[in-house]
Design a protein around this ligand. Structure first.
Ligand code: 5OB
Length: 242
């Protein structure tokens, strides 16, 4: 999968060179390219924002450098068409279902807005462009961020770890889809490792029993209990908090 990121803070994306995503890049499973939006400006101060039409506080990102940056990125490939992803709290929430669906896209271009957002005509223009495969405006939750950069890191990690070969232990990914991951609309129950007793606290006996069927049943019940307690709005709740 090819991933381009356009931002006024390229340094924000050094985490993409580390850990799981760094290895995925090094092995060619993902190809990430980060672009500085300011390199697509032409004035002495590399201006990327302007005051909002209609008045109001804050600044809006100008469509002019955005158009130049996105056109330059799309022009580097003759055959593939990219999807433009615009992280914004005004978008539909990006969830595990979206992460799974987006693994099928060969090329995602992330537009990271700062200030009060990007001039709305950018999304309008690329939505109707035949050179692009569409525009997706998405948020990652109900909270305010300073810009789209942190949301982009979250989205890239959620997708990349689902790509074949990216996570060493495939079971830890597969497990998400049925045991207690968000595809199953459950949160995970508690986990334990050695020592068997720590500061007077024992590991639940069933986990030491070697009875795989009983262990699976216990874990499923723990996931249901915790889901009912902390996320009662999720599916599969009901009368399971006892
Ligand atoms: N808040 N999702 C929730 C978001 C967000 C803020 C963003 C982008 C995505 O940029 C300001």
């Amino acid at each position: 999968m090819r991933i381009d990121v356009v931002t006024i803070f390229p340094d924000y994306f050094t985490p993409l060179t580390l850990s799981l995503l760094g290895k995925a890049s090094a092995s060619g499973l993902i190809e990430v390219c980060v672009h500085d939006l300011r390199t697509f400006t032409h004035d002495r101060h590399n201006t990327v924002d302007d005051s909002p039409y209609g008045g109001g506080p804050g600044m809006v990102m100008s469509p002019i450098p955005w158009g130049e940056a996105l056109d330059a990125i799309a022009a580097k490939e003759k055959t593939l068409r990219p999807v433009l992803v615009v992280p914004t709290p005004s978008g539909a929430v990006f969830d595990q279902r979206a992460a799974q669906a987006w693994t099928a896209d060969p090329w995602l271009v992330f537009a990271c807005g700062r200030y009060e957002g990007i001039d709305a005509r950018v999304a309008q223009h690329y939505a109707k462009s035949s050179e692009w495969a569409g525009v997706r405006e998405v948020g990652i939750g109900d909270y305010v961020l300073a810009g789209g950069e942190a949301a982009t890191l979250v989205i890239v990690e959620a997708i990349a770890r689902l790509l074949p070969g990216v996570v060493g232990n495939e079971a830890s990914v597969t497990d998400d889809s049925f045991a207690a991951g968000s595809m199953a609309q459950l949160v995970e129950g508690p986990v334990f490792t050695k020592p068997q007793e720590w500061r007077g606290l024992a590991v639940p006996e069933v986990l030491l029993s070697g009875h795989h069927g009983q262990i699976a049943t216990w874990r499923a019940e723990q996931a249901r209990l915790r889901t009912a307690q902390v996320r009662p709005e999720l599916a599969a709740d009901g009368q399971m908090d006892h």
